[in-house]
Design a protein around this ligand. Structure first.
Ligand code: AMP
Ligand code: MG
Length: 312
């Protein structure tokens, strides 16, 4: 598959073969999974990993192998219609959420896949509890649903900019209590989903401040990328440290055994996508979906109709 090149030794370091002898990336997803017991700190999670030189190889050689596996499993999930998967994507602007969504969409069957974006709440949404607008984003049984931002915004941007309405303020004694209360509600709700056959997988795109600067500049300077830029992105960047502090608290409080966070080295976009793919493969392998089989009765009927069609 790979020609022997000077990079060969470097490449081989990051590759492993699966049971069928195919090359797969030697990623240990536990390196990116936030454990429940240990306190989460950003300093323990890299913005980038040392495979950086191989982004093209990752894209062209390794990821297609992973995608094959994911496609098979997704088809079975869809056919079985038993479990659903909800994928939460959170990040600062330009961290790669949208690209990751396009990448997943271009590689999976559109049937059994949907995406929902969470922007500033509408007037109607404002009038409801903060989980209300999530419901249209939830997966059906058999579906993978991608959330481009999510209810987590209600413990992030809401906290950074102090956006809570007065109605919340007298419920709680002090500010810290309110976020703790919401973390608990979110954890409870994700557990409720898990207990009903809907699995939540959460990805945080851990991009460095320098990488965001470069990416925003590119969006601002390249007319073909202007549409991806919003003036709000540079305004939010000014709150970078507040965001980091709040992300850290949120990830620490809401990585649970039933709905863990994965913190991706987002400065390596293809490596981050490879981690996402691998995490999804492993989640699906755990669900172990099966194509539905005919019952003995249905088989007998099937044979009858096969005979009928063959004799037409
Ligand atoms: P984008 O994803 O780039 O289209 O931006 C959507 C914007 O909506 C981001 O700046 C989010 O922080 C913001 N947003 C999402 N959810 C909420 C919310 N519940 N309250 C206030 N702003 C939000
Ligand atoms: Mg944006």
């Amino acid at each position: 598959m790979f020609k022997k090149s000077p990079e060969w030794n470097l490449i081989i370091k990051y590759l492993a073969r699966d049971k069928r002898g195919r090359y797969i990336l030697d990623i240990n997803i536990n390196d990116y999974k936030v454990p429940v017991q240990k306190e989460f700190k950003f300093k323990d999670y890299p913005h980038q990993v040392s495979t950086q030189e191989n982004e093209t190889e990752l894209r062209d050689e390794v990821i297609p192998e992973l995608v094959d596996l994911l496609q098979d499993l997704h088809l079975k999930l869809f056919a079985e219609e038993k479990d659903g998967i909800m994928v939460v994507l959170q990040a600062m602007d330009a961290a790669g959420k949208d690209e990751a969504i396009s990448y997943i969409f271009s590689n999976l069957n559109a049937q059994g896949l949907k995406t929902t974006s969470f922007g500033q709440p509408s007037e109607e949404e404002e009038k409801h509890d903060y989980l209300w607008r999530l419901h249209r984003g939830k997966p059906e049984r058999g579906e993978i649903s991608l959330l481009n931002r999510s209810y987590y915004e209600d413990v992030i941007v809401t906290r950074v900019h102090d956006l809570l309405g007065e109605e919340h303020k007298d419920q709680i004694k002090d500010d810290t209590d309110l976020w703790k209360l919401r973390y608990r509600q979110i954890n409870d709700h994700e557990r409720y989903l898990e207990e009903n056959g809907f699995h939540t997988i959460k990805f945080f795109f851990n991009m460095s401040k320098d990488a965001q600067r470069d990416r925003l500049l590119e969006r601002m300077k390249d007319p073909k990328k202007n549409w991806e830029f919003s003036f709000n992105d540079v305004k939010e960047r000014q709150h970078w440290d507040d965001y980091q502090e709040i992300f850290q608290d949120m990830i620490n409080e809401t990585s649970t055994s039933w709905a863990p966070w994965y913190v991706l080295p987002a400065d390596n976009p293809w490596y981050a996508r490879a981690v996402i793919t691998k995490v999804m493969i492993e989640a699906l392998e755990k669900i172990n979906p099966q194509f539905p089989e005919f019952t003995a009765e249905e088989k007998a009927e099937l044979d009858k109709y096969i005979e009928q069609l063959e004799n037409e």
